[in-house]
Design a protein around this ligand. Structure first.
Ligand SMILES: Cc1cc2nc3c(=O)[nH]c(=O)nc-3n(C[C@H](O)[C@H](O)[C@H](O)COP(=O)(O)OP(=O)(O)OC[C@H]3O[C@@H](n4cnc5c(N)ncnc54)[C@H](O)[C@@H]3O)c2cc1C
Length: 339
């Protein structure tokens, strides 16, 4: 039996019979004919994954490495295999004087998982720099490429959570970064940077993240546990009448993004413990396995308690950003709780 603690950053105390490392395209080809997250589970770093039970199907761990840098007149391109570590890619690109990814420093995980939920932080989403994504079709065995537009990127969303959720594995991501660099500084503390450079933004992002977020190597967590809700103007008016200080960010389509961490905090849950799971006292959007003893049941109870309390306080339903697995497939929190 292999402990699953080392394969997901929340470090829940469960086990798997079968753990296999993937290191080549041929290893992925051998999975054709099977269904992702049903016949087997694939993780990169497991930083968005929670194993709620012992796993009865094989776990594959993506260690498919390699990257190539090339350029034309206006852009740098980097082709990166999906098992590469995301933060190492960001550091490596800066070392090679290729700029743009600095706001996304220190996000845990692999390059292959980055397009799936369109990782984002500090005013930047990864889709802004993705040119195309190459994946293997697990039904036909074909290797296909999708353009940025075809990936249907949205807030923590892409085609890989929908039409291609169970029938494809991302092999390689092509990044396209303009040679003419423009800093993104609209987020909080970054606004105060004088004469910003890619390196100073990178350093500042790393320092803010280190001060606010628990290091998953020390305290198990999966970063933001819930998505920031997107609500209509009508809903926003209803909530701000009662809670005028609710922070909200207007989106291009007329809706508003509101801070899930603020809702959890104002609902009185910051720092609260539910069994072996704690709402982080510094950043309420992060749940932690604070004593290393948490099991799936603790997480399910904590998450449901938070969803219910926020709903009864604000009338807004939080949705998990993290993904859950029971013994043999991916499950939603609601289905798991009901079962
Ligand atoms: C401390 C902390 C901070 C975080 N901060 C942020 C943040 O600022 N912004 C943000 O967006 N996210 C953040 N996250 C979430 C996480 O870093 C991202 O979701 C990351 O992209 C997950 O990568 P991973 O390799 O760990 O994915 P995993 O958890 O291993 O996998 C996630 C899902 O994707 C599937 N998958 C993985 N690789 C592939 C592939 N190659 N092909 C097909 N399917 C695949 C898996 O089956 C699984 O269902 C944070 C997490 C932590 C722990």
């Amino acid at each position: 039996m292999n402990s699953l603690k080392q394969f997901h950053t929340f470090q829940l105390n469960h086990y798997a019979n079968d753990v296999v490392k993937i290191t080549s395209e041929d290893d992925f080809k051998a999975l054709v004919g099977q269904i992702l997250n049903k016949d087997f589970v694939l993780v990169g770093s497991g930083s968005n994954t929670l194993f709620l039970e012992n796993l009865a199907i094989p776990l594959y761990v993506n260690e498919y490495l390699g990257k190539t840098l090339f350029e034309d007149n206006d852009f740098y391109y980097i082709d990166v295999n999906s098992g590469e570590n995301w933060h190492s890619l960001v550091s490596w690109s800066l070392e090679n004087e290729v700029y743009g990814l600095e706001n996304l420093a220190l996000i845990p995980g692999t390059v292959g998982a980055a397009p799936i939920q369109n990782i984002g932080a500090y005013g930047v989403e990864v889709n802004q720099f993705i040119d195309s994504v190459v994946y293997i079709d697990l039904v036909s065995g074909e290797i296909n490429s999708l353009t940025n537009l075809e990936c249907n990127f949205g807030y923590r969303d892409s085609i890989f959570k929908h039409e291609l959720a169970t029938n494809s594995i991302i092999l390689t991501v092509r990044f396209k970064l303009p040679k003419e660099w423009s800093p993104v500084l609209e987020y909080g503390e970054l606004k105060n940077l004088e004469c910003p450079t890619p390196i100073s933004i990178f350093n500042e992002v790393c320092s803010i993240r280190n001060s606010k977020l628990p290091d998953p190597m020390i305290i198990g967590n999966a970063g933001s546990f819930f998505k920031n809700p997107i609500i209509t103007k009508l809903e926003l008016n209803r909530v701000t009448e009662l809670f005028p200080s609710l922070p909200s960010y207007p989106l291009k389509d007329g809706t508003f993004k509101i801070a899930a961490g603020w809702l959890i905090d104002k609902a009185g849950l910051k720092g609260k413990e539910f069994g072996n799971v704690r709402v982080n006292p510094k950043q309420a959007l992060v749940l932690t396995n604070h004593n290393g003893e948490a099991q799936g049941q603790d997480v399910v109870l904590a998450a449901n308690k938070i969803i219910d309390t926020v709903y009864s306080t604000f009338g807004i339903k939080l949705e998990p950003e993290v993904r859950f697995f029971n013994k043999d497939k991916e499950v939603t929190l609601a289905d798991y709780y009901a079962s």
